[in-house]
Design a protein around this ligand. Structure first.
Ligand code: OGA
Ligand code: MN
Length: 289
């Protein structure tokens, strides 16, 4: 029997992502609502909550709803060692102290990527909460990578079957295509199937991104590069994208197994401050396709 938790889930017109209404995320999340949100994330991939007034504890409690436990956000971030929530709240911001960013991913455009693709068990979800946003730009784009897979022709699928890709994280370069031969001693990296099976709903997902996928293993360099170029066009197809225009008080959660995300440029002289938390993931297996 479905209990009436009071919240409503309004799918976006493009058929990808949903707004969750009639829920105040400050304080405890009732168990029935938690279960509904967890299922909604698997079903809709991106969940948007508007007009929330959340402190760090509220955000961490919400992250726990999605299971697995929260991880330290951006382990390279200085703040992680110095605050009470060192474990699990990071800042995505261009604010600087003594010229140094106080958080991560400070400036401008950010190309499509999956959070955690560079570790063996990519994150289940990322949560961002908007504390301060610029007047224009700095939108977050989410690509429906289930539909990207669905759009692949049979020949391309056949080439991808049994293939793995190398992914890495370069925390300096955010708007350049991944280097096909990164220095693997210098970057965190992992390999995953080119088409993953979503660990919860079993659907196939195209798992490549221009920012972090270096190459398709087992192909020659030119073939790998040209196939990746073709695949990235699916990620960047506007028909498959939900574009989130931030307002202060927005909380957005996305499923890092089903969507790749990117950020549009924004003025350098305006402050952007988002609080970030991530939910522990699982190793990814290849889909049957
Ligand atoms: C992230 C991220 C996008 C943004 O926090 O992982 O990609 O819009 N952020 O800042
Ligand atoms: Mn990201």
């Amino acid at each position: 029997m479905t209990r009436n938790t009071g919240l409503t889930i309004a799918p976006f017109p493009g058929g990808f992502g949903a707004e969750v209404r009639q829920i105040d995320l400050a304080g405890e999340v009732p168990a029935e609502a938690a279960a509904e949100l967890d299922a909604a994330l698997d079903a809709h991939t991106v969940l948007v909550f508007r007009g929330q007034d959340l402190n760090e504890d509220d955000q961490l409690r919400l992250a726990e709803v999605f299971g697995g436990g929260t991880l330290r956000s951006h382990p390279d971030e200085k703040r992680a060692e110095t605050t009470a929530h060192a474990r699990a709240i990071g800042l995505v911001t261009n604010i600087r102290e003594n010229g140094k960013p106080i958080g991560s991913l400070p400036d401008g455009e950010l190309w499509f990527h999956y959070d955690g693709a560079f570790i063996d068990a990519p994150y289940r979800a990322t949560l961002l909460y908007a504390v301060e946003v610029p007047d224009s730009g700095g939108h977050t784009l989410f690509a429906d990578m289930y539909r990207a897979f669905d759009a692949l022709d049979p020949d391309t699928r056949a080439v991808l079957r049994g293939r793995t890709c190398l992914h890495y994280f370069d925390h300096v370069t955010y708007a350049e295509r991944a280097d096909p031969n990164p220095d693997l001693d210098q970057v965190r990296h992992a390999r995953h199937p080119a088409v993953i099976r979503h660990p919860h709903n079993g659907r196939p997902v195209l798992y490549v991104s221009p920012l972090q996928t270096a190459r398709i293993e087992g192909m020659n360099a030119a073939e790998s590069a040209s196939l990746l170029t073709r695949l990235f066009a699916y990620t960047e197809n506007p028909d498959l994208i939900y574009e989130h225009v931030w307002r202060k008080g927005d909380l957005v959660i996305w499923d890092n197994w089903g969507t790749a995300h990117a950020r549009t440029d924004f003025p350098a002289d305006q402050t952007r401050l988002l609080r970030r938390s991530i939910v522990r993931g699982k190793p990814l297996a290849e889909a049957a396709f």
